[in-house]
Design a protein around this ligand. Structure first.
Ligand code: R5P
Length: 288
């Protein structure tokens, strides 16, 4: 097994290579003067199972992934598994208005083209896996987030910002051995809405809010303010994909006690690696 690391996913690729006892392939990635991407695989991959690992955000990393797939297919590889730690465009997973692209489907089809299988991490909606034209497996960084929190904090309660993500809160809480819930909007009167954990009191508790993506940070900031108003002692924000657009991170760091993400998008909060779960996904696909 050989691992090809795209330039957006070097950390997670090293972690996967370590977990699988596989070797990282030497690749050259550079830019032409007009900013177009150039890739070259520097080793012979004939007869090998290969995993290409590359987050497809922003767009330039998608292009790099497609070029690397093409370069890998120049060799007579056994199977090419494409790992997309963070798949961009996954949130537009249906047509909300007539005439719109189903962006997640368009991306899934393009990435499938040269792959024998796909591994994704905490894809926004599990149903997106159905758009791939080859077997696609979704793994989760939540168990690794749970293990990190177990070593570094005393968490009393894990919540998701909505009921759609409650499975993520449950998964982290199972590792921690604590309670979990999700945040629900409660109308207090005509002009007041409170966001509170369903059936659990926030008072005096250290609460971890977990989500798949933090983008503008709006969801977590609102939840954090509300939990503090209800007497939470501490708030930790954790996500798989730390996009942190438009100055989100300083605001989150001011509001929360701690902010962490996985390495599906590499940034200064990427404390947890999705690598072990990705390695498990690759092993499972190859054993089918
Ligand atoms: C939405 O369904 C996602 O799970 C996240 O809650 C959302 O993308 C977070 O976005 P933001 O950080 O901009 O509030």
């Amino acid at each position: 097994m050989r691992i090809v690391a795209g330039s957006a996913s070097k950390h997670v690729a090293r972690s996967v290579a370590g977990a699988l006892g596989a070797r990282l392939v030497e690749v050259q990635v550079s830019r032409f003067p007009d900013d177009e991407c150039y890739v070259r695989v520097m080793e012979d991959l004939d007869g090998e199972d290969v995993a290409l690992i590359q987050t497809t955000y922003p767009d330039r990393n998608l292009v790099e992934a497609l070029l690397l797939q093409d370069a890998i297919r120049e060799f007579n590889v056994r199977r090419l598994i494409t790992v997309v730690p963070y798949m961009a465009y996954a949130r537009q997973d249906k047509k909300f208005n007539p005439g719109e692209a189903v962006s997640a489907r368009a991306m899934a089809r393009a990435i499938s083209l040269h792959s024998d299988g796909l591994v994704l991490v905490d894809i926004h909606d599990e149903k997106t896996t159905e758009h791939f034209t080859v077997p696609a497996l979704n793994v989760s960084a939540m168990p690794q987030i749970g293990q990190y929190l177990a070593k570094s904090a005393r968490v009393d309660l894990v919540v998701s910002p909505d009921d759609g993500a409650m499975g993520k809160a449950r998964s982290v809480a199972e590792v921690l051995g604590c309670r979990w819930s999700w945040l629900e909007k409660k109308r207090i009167d005509g002009s007041t809405v409170e966001i509170a954990p369903k059936d659990v009191d926030a008072r005096g508790r250290t609460i971890a809010i977990v989500d798949d993506i933090i983008a503008t940070g709006g969801t977590i900031l609102t939840a954090t303010r509300q939990l503090r108003l209800q007497g939470a002692r501490g708030v930790i924000a954790a996500c798989t994909h730390g996009l942190f657009t438009a100055g989100a991170l300083p605001k989150l760091r001011e509001a929360c006690d701690y902010v962490l993400s996985s390495d599906t998008i590499e940034n200064e909060t990427s404390i947890v690696s999705a690598g072990p779960e990705v390695a498990r996904g690759i092993r499972e696909l190859l054993s089918r």
